[in-house]
Design a protein around this ligand. Structure first.
Ligand SMILES: [Fe+2]
Length: 223
């Protein structure tokens, strides 16, 4: 598609978001099944219902624009969701998996927040005030979800995961090797859970989680 106007870019990004949301509704049931912590399961469940409403909101906008939501695949979201499903396949310890699932979900939320921030702004610039309101509603929900995930990470889930990671750091290299694949899976999940990480190997400490809160730094979702 050759893009010549902001309006075309707006429609294109809306299609991208519709594709992203649709992919999320397919991935969330797997994340609900994989999560151990009841509060995390509940948070994913709530977000699944919310996502279905967000799709409806986008479809309302498409109807008003007399455009179809179809025709574009959000490859960014496809990649993010693939990272989550690869984590699940690695079968880390349950607490580590929960921490990794939170991190995966926060990556998704931030991607969405960037997209909704853009289309909300473009809607205003194009004089589509009603669209802007609908898109802002979704943006607010994504931010709430992101904050909820941060709260869960800070409350207990990552701390439970840290206990597992400390045990692992006491291992001698030869013992780690003897534990084979499981060790590797746990370690890589720990790294992911602490994102964004620096080169510090003690990546599961609580201070790192504080940085993860920073994950929610773009609170207003603006461009
Ligand atoms: Fe969403």
């Amino acid at each position: 598609m050759e893009m010549e106007s902001l309006k075309e870019l707006y429609v294109d990004e809306l299609k991208d978001l519709w594709s992203a949301e649709t992919q999320i509704t397919k991935a969330l049931p797997k994340m609900i099944k994989a999560a151990t912590h009841p509060q995390l399961k509940k948070a994913f469940n709530t977000h699944l219902k919310q996502t279905e409403r967000q799709i409806k909101r986008l479809e309302r906008i498409f109807k008003e624009l007399d455009e179809s939501p179809r025709g574009k695949k959000c490859v960014g979201m496809e990649g993010l969701l693939k990272e989550g499903s690869e984590l699940i396949k690695e079968k880390p310890e349950p607490d580590v998996l929960d921490a990794g699932l939170i991190a995966a979900a926060q990556h998704v939320e931030h991607y969405e927040m960037a997209g909704y921030g853009c289309v909300r702004t473009w809607a205003r610039q194009l004089g589509e005030e009603r669209h802007a309101e609908l898109l802002q509603e979704t943006l607010d929900e994504e931010e709430q979800t992101d904050r909820l995930l941060t709260d869960l990470a800070e409350s207990s889930i990552n701390i439970d995961a840290q206990t597992g990671s400390d045990d692992e750091e006491d291992e001698t290299p030869s013992r780690s090797r003897s534990n084979g694949k499981k060790q590797t899976a746990r370690k890589s999940a720990s790294k992911r859970a602490a994102a964004p990480s620096d080169d510090d190997d003690e990546s599961m400490d609580v201070d790192s989680d504080d940085e993860m809160v920073g994950a929610g730094s773009n609170r207003d979702g603006s461009m």
